[in-house]
Design a protein around this ligand. Sequence first.
Ligand code: G1P
Length: 301
Amino acid sequence: MDLDRRRKPIRKAVIPVAGLGTRLLPITKSVPKELLPVVDVPAIQVVVEECVNAGIEEVIFITGRGKGGVEDHFDYNYELEQILQQRGKFEELERVRSISSLIRTIAVRQKKPLGLGHAVLCARDVVDNEPFVVLLPDDLISSEPSVTKQLIEVYEKYGQGVVSLMPVSDREVSRYGIVTGENWAPGLHRVRTIVEKPDPEITPSRLAVIGRYLLPPTIFDYLEGLEPDHTGEIQLTDGLARLARERALVGYEFSGRRHDIGDKLGFVTANVSYALRRPDMGPLLLEYLRRKVAEADADGQ
Ligand code: G1P
């Protein structure tokens, strides 16, 4: 691996938000899944704050039909601000304003549902010729430092693209990109192969790619040359496989707790776990949960 320390800084993040959220229907029929709450904050804000805290300067949303609310959330809302001002609700005013000034945002429309690889390719002109991060907002990961920051630290050390990895069970491999490679240091792998959603019977390993990536701009050339797979989608995984083959790709087993909020149970557990960490409601919620567990135990459930 390359240990040259002169790296281009990571300034841009691509966040695909065009997905339909079919696993969360019916709520996602008219509400973008990215705006569903983590307690009282839209999930997309949690992900954008992860970018801000990692030093990212610009977020590029890859949007689709009905996702205008995602852009609106990071824009100023003069009417609301004026009303809050007039009513003397200064704390709320400050909270609403601070979201608008969090970071520069750009929206690029993905006009056809051609998959994650195509969504990332839509960012090409805006990202230009620099390395960038990709965050899939279905994956909420709590850790200190954040996984995006952890990926940037790995990149600064080795100068190559990095994907975040997590071991999963046999049953779960068919939901993820799965990698094989050589483990050369604790938690670090040189990725050799990566396949999208293999059958559990023929999976090459149980190391899954989770929704945080740090990619060199060459990924765009690889994605552009790809044909849609049997599902009709252009897979980011296929672009990553070429990157691993023709250049290099680091797999990094991150530390942190991950919630898949594109899934109903994951959405609920994310809310419980974020609420438990909040001083304004954590202790009360814990008390409630203890009571529920005791009741369930008494009922023999
Ligand atoms: C996508 C990627 C997959 C990756 C997963 C992480 O799948 O295609 O390789 O493992 O995100 O969450 P999706 O969840 O969009 O089906």
